[in-house]
Design a protein around this ligand. Structure first.
Ligand SMILES: Nc1ncnc2c1ncn2[C@@H]1O[C@H](COP(=O)(O)OP(=O)(O)OP(=O)(O)O)[C@@H](O)[C@H]1O
Length: 789
């Protein structure tokens, strides 16, 4: 037990004797009869916000260890909190259709805590009424009835955050979040002064966190898994270049994609220009699908008719972008400037002096007109199914900006049952609305915007087009453009079969549209069909992990992994989408970890450290979320609605371990290597089998509570993935080496000449569902219909 915990316990012990007796529900240790797991989350999502809001009134209490029991750090919950913990057991699967569906329409949540002035938990949901819905659990289905509670919940936020999980780990984190966390980031543990400093009123720059007692771990050396080797980064960088690409694709050392573009847009002459909030997607419609999601056609000068959002996803790249190490344009050959000036790829590009939204317009216009200069690299190979005989430019806007342009993974079919992933083509200089037509219904909408189906006129190929949301009233143009550009740049830079390909981004009629390859199904819809075989689930899981492995290998973390952010094509290839929350955690040739900040992600998939620390390593966060995805696919339920002690299911999961508090569990560090083999093996047993000291056979408590519901061969590695301590959680490399993972017969692509062919796993086929239910929008529609009947 840390001295801090002891200190707090003593302090609280005194308080306890004065205060009213706590209820049994307050303890981390729970009896088997305690509240079962719960995923009926739709109407309780506001409790997340509320509890945060009310945290200043929460109090920390500690109990003295009782023999045969487990010492706990307890919380006194608000009524709202405790009401959120009722639920159903994991085995109670009959609620799958409704509750899982409802609760899984979780649009990304983020907590601006450390940076936003108001420390509100923002969110947005673009809905047809033009109102912003607010969700942590809810998407559009449940948004309406939650708006009120969220509005009120956020009106009295106050914040408290534990500085950094790894602040005591000797990374040098270059200028990390200097702007908002400088005063906290160096505290290696909470001292008694913490109480004095924060117990009363919270400073403005601290976000509210449950009143868990945390002390960051002290370690003497950097764990190897935290170190990104130069070789690895170089290899990853080389892998992502294809033979024709002379431009550098690696992530440049410096802030972030968006920061560099931000420099481009905003470095000087911050002049007002046209408003990004206006007309809807302006391509012609050839179907009876719903009209475009027009939010504010009349808005001008930055004002918007969209109601003030309560929550919004934080542009995490933006956070990282505030690190002025180097310059993006210093070595980013695909920058707008470089395209405009036709510089050879090897030359550095000086930082642009353009700024503001006007620059965004110019950015796209110029690149459009200059795109032909880089066409040769992107021409469709003759004979390719996509080739129409003439070399056409690829990524009509994008290739010039984000060092991409040769992603070979766009999908087409050769008529022989093989999927061909070949280069893209487009026609630059022609307005988007003349090149694409909208077909069919909407695919989905979330915090980032709405996604619709579109057909490219030149070759009838279908694409998913994301129309980025308009700028929030309280969002600066700078933040807005940074968010958009970072998502786009990441999208166009990534190059992997399990990552969605961004074809181009278009700025037209004051709308920003991202054209992506289209996948026929949302993984969520497939899971909802309840038809997936176990082998199919394993295949999808391994594909997700493969995508994560790729991301981590190039220094990026997704941070919003969830079923909704996985799509799957007809060939059974799973792709990760939505990089609006992604962060760079490592830059090439640097061994430094760039910590992420903010509560970003979707409640049920959040790793516990995200809710506790202001800064954290984003990699283990992805690992945790991936495990939750797996559990959801198997159980058709969320194990808990949010990883906080006020969630009884999560509390039960945390209970029964040989540890005295959640803080201690989350800040544990790996055992040092031991020469004694047998001793070390015993110590490194998975959590599920070793930590449940109260009763190892009690499957209602501790990690076993979740693990026992999963197939036996999966329990070891899933247990490693949901280790409460991120420092002990398995790395993606370790996970991929697991014997069960290795044994999964995964559908994948193999390269054949210039195209890629799908090799299907032999022990399964991939479920397909009717297109009317293949995407979240369709499922929502169906649900609405059912409700109206
Ligand atoms: N390339 C694609 N192919 C098929 N469907 C897609 C594609 N991209 C997005 N979608 C659909 O659109 C939905 C919303 O997309 P996305 O997650 O990018 O938006 P978002 O606004 O960032 O959402 P969220 O707030 O949930 O993170 C997805 O859940 C999916 O149903």
């Amino acid at each position: 037990m840390s001295s801090l915990t002891r200190l707090l316990q003593e302090k609280r012990k005194n308080e306890t004797s004065k205060s009213s007796p706590r209820t049994s529900a307050d303890t981390l240790t729970s009896t088997p009869e305690s509240q079962p797991l719960d995923i009926q989350a739709r109407n309780r999502s506001s409790s997340h916000v509320s509890s945060v809001s009310n945290s200043s009134s929460n109090r920390i209490r500690a109990t003295v260890p009782v023999p045969g029991s487990v010492t706990t750090v307890t919380q006194i919950y608000s009524e709202e909190d405790s009401s959120s913990t009722a639920g159903s057991s994991l085995d109670d699967r009959n609620q799958f259709s409704s509750s899982f569906l409802n609760s899984n329409f979780a649009h990304t949540a983020s907590f601006y805590g450390t940076s936003a002035q108001s420390k509100e938990r923002f969110g947005s949901l673009m809905n047809d009424q033009g109102a912003a819905g607010f969700s942590s659990y809810g998407g559009s289905l449940a948004a309406q009835n939650r708006i009120t509670s969220r509005l009120s919940a956020t009106s009295h936020t106050s914040g408290r955050a534990i500085p950094s999980l790894s602040s005591s780990i000797p990374y040098s984190v270059p200028n990390s979040n200097k702007d908002n966390n400088s005063s906290n980031s160096n505290s290696s543990s909470l001292s008694s002064s913490w109480l004095e400093t924060y117990a009363g009123g919270m400073p403005n720059n601290i976000s509210a966190i449950d009143s868990n007692v945390i002390s960051s771990p002290k370690v003497d050396s950097v764990e190897p898994r935290f170190v990104i080797s130069k070789q690895k980064l170089q290899k990853a960088s080389m892998d992502s270049n294809n033979a024709n690409t002379t431009q550098a694709r690696s992530i440049s050392r410096s802030g972030s994609f968006s920061s560099q573009l931000g420099n481009f847009f905003f470095s000087k002459n911050s002049k007002e220009s046209s408003n990004p909030n206006s007309a809807g997607m302006s391509f012609p419609v050839n179907s009876n699908g719903p009209s475009p999601n027009i939010k504010n056609p009349n808005a001008t000068n930055g004002s918007t008719a969209i109601p003030k959002p309560i929550r919004a996803r934080q542009s995490s790249i933006y956070s990282a972008s505030r690190q002025p190490t180097g310059s993006y344009t210093d070595n980013f050959y695909g920058s707008p400037s470089s395209v405009h000036d036709h510089l050879p790829p090897s030359q550095s590009v000086p930082r642009s002096q353009h700024s503001s939204i006007g620059d965004l317009k110019r950015f796209f216009k110029k690149s459009s007109s200059n795109n032909l200069s880089s066409n040769n690299n992107n021409a469709i190979p003759n004979g390719s199914p996509l080739s129409n005989g003439i070399p056409v430019p690829s990524h009509s806007h994008s290739s010039s900006h984000c060092a991409s342009g040769n992603n070979p993974y766009s999908t087409s079919y050769n008529g022989n049952g093989d999927t061909i992933y070949s280069h893209n083509h487009g026609v630059s200089g022609i307005p988007f609305s003349k090149r694409y037509i909208k077909t069919g219904a909407d695919l989905g909408a979330g915090a980032g915007g709405s996604v619709k189906l579109a057909q490219r006129i030149s070759d009838n190929q279908i694409f998913a087009v994301k129309e980025f949301r308009t700028r929030f009233e309280n969002e600066s143009k700078r933040d807005y453009v940074k968010k958009i550009t970072s998502e786009y740049c990441i999208g166009t830079t990534l190059n992997h079969p399990n990552i969605i390909e961004t074809i181009e981004i278009v700025y037209e009629n004051d709308r920003i549209l991202q054209v992506m390859e289209y996948c026929e199904y949302d993984l969520f819809a497939i899971v909802m069909s309840n038809k997936m075989s176990y082998e199919e689930i394993c295949c999808c899981f391994k594909q997700i992990l493969t995508g994560v492995q790729y991301l981590h290998s190039i220094g990026l973390a997704h941070r919003d992994l969830k079923l909704d952010n996985c799509v799957i094509n007809e060939e059974g290839i799973v792709k990760l989408i939505d990089f609006g929350a992604a962060v760079v955690f490592s830059y090439p040739f640097s061994k430094n970890l760039v910590e992420a900040s903010g509560i970003v992600g979707s409640d049920p998939y959040l790793a516990p450290e995200v809710c506790i620390f202001a800064k954290y390593d984003p990699r283990p966060v992805d690992i945790w979320s991936s495990a939750i995805i797996f559990a959801c696919m198997i159980l058709k339920k969320f194990p808990w609605k949010i990883p906080k002690l006020r969630d009884n299911s999560f509390k039960l999961f945390c209970s029964g371990r040989d540890c005295d508090s959640l803080s201690s569990l989350v800040t544990r560090t790996p055992d040092p290597p031991s020469y004694d083999e047998s001793h070390s093996t015993e110590k490194k047993k998975p959590e599920g089998s070793s930590n449940n000291v109260s009763d190892p056979n009690n499957v209602n408590i501790g990690p076993q509570r979740l693990l026992h519901s999963l197939p036996e061969e999966t329990q070891h590695i899933i247990g490693r993935m949901i280790d409460l301590a991120p420092a002990c959680r398995g790395s993606i490399e370790e996970i991929m080496e697991d014997s069960w993972i290795r044994s999964i017969d995964m559908c994948h692509l193999v390269e054949e000449d210039l195209s890629f062919k799908v090799v299907r796993g032999e022990d399964h086929h991939h479920t397909q569902v009717d297109q009317s239910e293949a995407h979240i929008a369709g499922l929502e529609k169906k649900k609405k219909k059912q409700n109206n009947q």
